[in-house]
Design a protein around this ligand. Structure first.
Ligand code: SAM
Length: 277
């Protein structure tokens, strides 16, 4: 079962509006936009494109690779991979509005032939026409925290990968038992209704046949990055209040602060998890 779409829709409710406003500001300065002009806007994970470069190295992506981007957002990761490494990428994104922005940005950056974006729920791939064993690798950055049906999720993850294919995840996990307040904040603010422990995460991946799994805790790198994101936003509050309405500014501030608090509590952590089929 997927986390209720209203929870996800609520968390992402201002993304498209914010994207277009900030896109227009960039566009006013420069007519022909490339992938790198958009990376300050389209990477909805942590540590920007350096995280994608790290993943590309682990996944051994080359210009022959067929890559699946699970939960592609507005396609930032997919475009960056195709642009930098010359691979073919398919992205699957649940939310129609985000998917549509991604399709338009593929056109803007002339990458529509190498990046195919599809709208759909990755826990229900029967509708998506994704053939079994069709990808050399898949990547999924900050997506699985939204999905509570890990059984179907990981079965699909295993199905779509070629034998000996590689996978790369960035995600949250529960470093210790979560107090009720943290559970509530995760569910209501982050649209994360369930968080596995490290042991549960590994067991779920092994159950569907993934092997040689590495689980690298990212808290030491993510915590300062998240803190800086929140502080930068607060420092530019007046600027954002000119651009956006006050509800939107307050919503972003609350979201960024909640993530900082969750990671600072030591109860919630982040990880890079990768391996092979
Ligand atoms: C934090 S964003 C990350 C987007 C992208 N991976 C990136 O790094 O820019 C998480 C995305 O996962 C998508 N998502 C959540 N559940 C999904 C599902 N079941 N199938 C496909 N996409 C999903 C959300 O709609 C959201 O766009």
């Amino acid at each position: 079962m997927l986390v209720s779409s209203p929870a996800i829709a609520s968390m992402y409710r201002y993304r498209v509006q914010r994207f277009w406003k900030e896109f227009d500001l960039i566009k006013q300065k420069q007519a022909n936009l490339t992938v790198t002009d958009l990376t300050s806007l389209d990477q909805y994970h942590y540590l920007g494109t350096s995280a994608v470069d790290h993943a590309a190295e682990i996944l051994k992506i080359s210009n022959h690779s067929q890559v699946l981007d699970i939960g592609s957002g507005i396609g930032g990761t997919s475009r960056y991979l195709a642009w930098k490494y010359g691979c073919q990428v398919m992205g699957v994104e649940l939310q129609e509005q985000l998917h549509q922005v991604g399709v338009q940005m593929n056109e803007v950056t002339h990458l529509s032939d190498r990046v195919k974006l599809m709208q759909g729920d990755f826990t229900d791939i029967s509708d998506l026409a994704i053939a079994d064993r069709s990808f050399d690798s898949w990547i999924s950055l900050n997506v699985f925290l939204h999905i509570c049906d890990r059984t179907t999720l990981f079965q699909n993850c295993a199905r779509v990968l070629k034998p000996e294919g590689r996978f790369y995840i960035e995600d949250y996990y529960a470093a210790q038992d979560l107090p009720e307040g943290d559970r509530q904040a995760l569910a209501e603010i982050i649209a994360c209704p369930y968080l596995p422990s490290r042991e549960q995460y590994l067991a779920d991946l092994e159950k569907v046949g993934f092997q040689e799994i590495e689980f690298v805790d990212m808290s030491a790198l993510w915590q300062p990055w998240l803190q800086e994101r929140y502080q930068k936003f607060e420092a530019q509050r007046e600027y954002y209040q000119v651009l956006f309405d006050v509800d939107m500014v307050n919503s972003y501030s609350h979201f960024y602060q909640t993530v900082v608090n969750l990671f600072n509590s030591g109860n919630v952590s982040g990880a890079r998890i990768y391996g092979t089929k």
